[in-house]
Design a protein around this ligand. Structure first.
Ligand SMILES: *Cc1c(COP(=O)(O)O)cnc(C)c1O
Length: 396
């Protein structure tokens, strides 16, 4: 069986072509040129409706959405923002960009926020929380929301990799005050680049809209009560993080494909997870009760082996055609917190560090077929068998 290309995305639906042709012919690429119904405005309306949110604001990336969310909350310079110690470097970067200070908390072997450490750090004076659902793994949102509402601390959900995930009947991204999503190519909906934020709060979205670059009276093209803007006109900086009509034209037809992609991604993930969990040395953590995931990759921990054996396993799988990333074992991994050296007084997080040293990451694009999934799984099994053979010399 031929191994699939693990990085190729699904083709963009044909339905995008007519609109892209129209944009090419008219040159109408800026979201605020049309009086109404620009592709970006339509995307915002459709996305808000799909999520059951009052408002959506499409922007240039999820990082931009996170940055604008933090700025919209009106946090003062030096405000302390609690984030998980396992996430993508874009998250602490957005916090720093917003003039705030990232405070890291521990993440457990199941890739989810350690609630004891979270509760402890929340007591240490926190002004906002960004819950990053890293690789689509949902932390205990009931516990997080209860603690944060008691402490009166706003929660932003980084749902970049969680589009389609449901937590106890609620869509991820709709539970916190604001939710942020990504349309970068490795996410469930692919426009190359792009992001969107959702909220039910008219005042927050008005601030975010102005700062995203709705200069002068362009905010009138957003379906938000005009009173919400009056206070902020000319009072906020314009960061110009808008989305282009071309990106919106790529994204909109993919929203129709989302339910199928979610079902396929979960089926693929659970199929490979069951095979790996039946084998020695592999452990794929279970989702939390009530969590319905939308994965396009798989993460597993390697049990029993030493660090150099884990590195040898990854290198061998790589050589056999399946890229395995051990989060903590490459020098430049953007998901290992000790590489976020732009943070002052970077703390150590021993539990998160231990997890990262044995947690592996393998892409599992939703378009893979069962024979392709079998071929990928077989590579992982074969690599493990070689590394753990009694006469093996584990060298990475
Ligand atoms: C991809 C990703 C981001 C960043 O998204 P961009 O659109 O590339 O800015 C942030 N957080 C998580 C968890 C991600 O997976």
């Amino acid at each position: 069986m031929q191994l699939p290309d693990m990085h190729a995305a699904e083709p963009i639906p044909d339905a995008a072509r007519t609109e892209i042709e129209r944009l090419l012919r008219s040159g109408d690429l800026f979201r605020y040129t049309a009086e109404h119904d620009s592709p970006v405005s339509l995307l915002e309306a459709e996305f808000a409706e799909m999520m059951g949110s009052r408002f959506a604001l499409a922007v240039s990336s999820c990082s931009a959405a996170l940055f604008l969310s933090l700025r919209a909350l009106g946090l003062s310079a030096g405000a302390r923002v609690l984030i998980p110690g396992f996430t993508f470097a874009a998250v602490p970067s957005a916090v720093v960009h917003a003039g705030c200070v990232p405070v890291l908390c521990e993440v457990g072997e199941d890739y989810r926020i350690s609630m004891n450490d979270f509760a402890h750090r929340l007591k240490g004076g926190i002004d906002a929380v960004v819950v990053s659902h890293m690789r689509g793994h949902t932390s205990d949102m009931d516990a997080i929301m209860a603690l944060c509402s008691e402490a009166d601390v706003p929660v932003i959900e980084d749902a970049a990799h969680s589009l389609g995930t449901v937590w106890r009947g609620r869509k991820i991204g709709t539970i916190g005050k604001l939710g942020c999503f990504s349309f970068q190519s490795y996410k469930m909906v692919n426009a190359g680049e792009g992001g969107i934020l959702i909220t039910d709060d008219a005042d927050l979205v008005a601030r975010a809209i102005i700062m995203s670059g709705a200069y002068e009276h362009n905010w009138k093209k957003h379906p938000v009560l005009h009173e919400a803007f009056a206070r902020w006109q000319n009072q906020l900086p314009l960061y110009n993080l808008r989305l282009s009509n071309m990106s919106a034209a790529l994204i909109r037809p993919q929203l129709d494909a989302l339910p199928r992609r979610v079902t396929d991604g979960r089926r693929n993930h659970d199929y490979v997870a069951a095979r790996l969990n039946a084998a020695r040395y592999f452990d794929v953590p279970d989702p939390l009760p009530g969590e319905e995931r939308a994965p396009d990759s798989i993460q597993f921990n390697i049990l029993e082996l030493e660090t150099d054996q884990i590195a040898a396993f990854a290198a061998l799988a790589d050589r056999k055609g399946v890229k395995v990333q051990v989060f903590g074992q490459s020098k430049d991994n953007a998901r290992a917190f000790w590489n976020w050296q732009f943070i002052e007084n970077l703390p150590d997080l021993p539990a998160t560090r231990d997890m990262l040293m044995r947690a592996c990451d393998v892409r599992l694009p939703v378009r893979l077929t069962y024979p392709e999934l079998d071929a990928v799984t077989q590579v992982l099994m074969d690599a493990m068998k070689e590394v753990t053979a009694p006469d093996s010399v584990a060298v990475a």
